[in-house]
Design a protein around this ligand. Structure first.
Ligand SMILES: C[S@@+](CC[C@H](N)C(=O)[O-])C[C@H]1O[C@@H](n2cnc3c(N)ncnc32)[C@H](O)[C@@H]1O
Length: 266
């Protein structure tokens, strides 16, 4: 088993978007709130004409596939990730957009001067970072005064908690999805941000998962950072174990807890 913020495992996981895309497709297909988390998140961004935006840990940049056309004129957008593979994927999507730069950046060492950006975004990535305090210091440093930091993450009462409980029932030594140990969640994120920010708000997006094929759930599990090095043969019977949770219509209902912090630099 590996940890969510083990650098070597995170590098392997995100050398391209193959595993990440499978997880995205899973959530897009089986989440019951069809508004969509990315739309909900984008609605929160206070983007204005001339705004300078930095996104860190962008992954395959799917947010901007859908939203680039909605940006006001003269926005300067830097989309970044520490994975070269992810940066290459995103670069291909923005070849014709002069106001978009794609850069390979580690959030723990941002190569920009103090007070450069109006908005900094770090969605679903801070729990992968080895030194989360350093990451927040860097974000705070490159934000202008009154600049806004948006950081989405997961809560401790959602999908991971469900998976962890199922694993513990399956075999009490298996606590792969113990999100209580993660370094940046909806539960502990405020405490982390408070070291640099005074003005912090947290919002939750209501959602859950409904799924009828337990095998799809098992496939999702093996795309995750914490399971990527494990042999599937160790887990014979896991799908049947999930299937026990089916209701009379054959559906497994799984909670999700997902949301974001919005922190303003003053
Ligand atoms: C779960 S994905 C999230 C992608 C995207 N932000 C989203 O919400 O769809 C996490 C991303 O963070 C990147 N990442 C992990 N550690 C990082 C670091 N220290 N600095 C920058 N990016 C990092 C990974 O390469 C990966 O692309």
């Amino acid at each position: 088993m590996s940890e969510m913020n083990n650098k070597d495992d995170v590098i392997i996981q995100y050398k391209n978007d193959s595993k990440f895309k499978k997880r995205q497709n899973f959530h897009d297909k089986y989440s019951i709130n069809k508004y969509g988390f990315r739309n909900w998140m984008f609605d929160k961004y206070k983007i204005f004409d001339g705004c300078k935006i930095l996104e860190l840990g962008c992954g395959n940049g799917i947010m901007w596939d859908e939203k680039y056309k909605e940006l006001p004129q003269n926005v300067e957008l830097v989309i970044s990730d520490f994975s070269e593979g992810m940066c290459n994927i995103v670069k291909q999507k923005h070849l014709e957009h002069n106001n978009v730069q794609v850069e390979q950046i580690d959030i723990q060492k941002i190569p920009y001067k103090d007070e450069t950006f109006d908005i900094v975004i770090a969605n679903h990535m801070l729990y992968h970072v080895s030194d989360v305090d350093k990451a927040i210091e860097e974000v705070h440093r490159v934000l202008k005064n009154n600049g806004i930091f948006y950081a989405s993450t997961l809560g401790t009462n959602g999908f991971q908690k469900y998976l962890n409980q199922k694993f513990e029932e399956f075999n009490s030594n298996m606590n792969y999805f113990n999100i209580e140990n993660w370094s940046f969640t909806l539960k502990n994120g405020k405490e982390v941000l408070e070291k640099k920010f005074n003005n912090i708000q947290m919002d939750e997006y209501k959602d859950s998962i409904e799924i009828s094929d337990e095998n799809v759930l098992v496939e999702w599990i093996f795309t995750s950072v914490v399971m990527q090095n494990l042999d599937k043969n160790q887990f014979k019977g896991l799908a049947q174990h999930f299937a026990k949770d089916k209701d009379e219509k054959g559906i497994i209902h799984i909670p999700k807890q997902i949301g974001c912090f919005i922190a303003i630099k003053d």
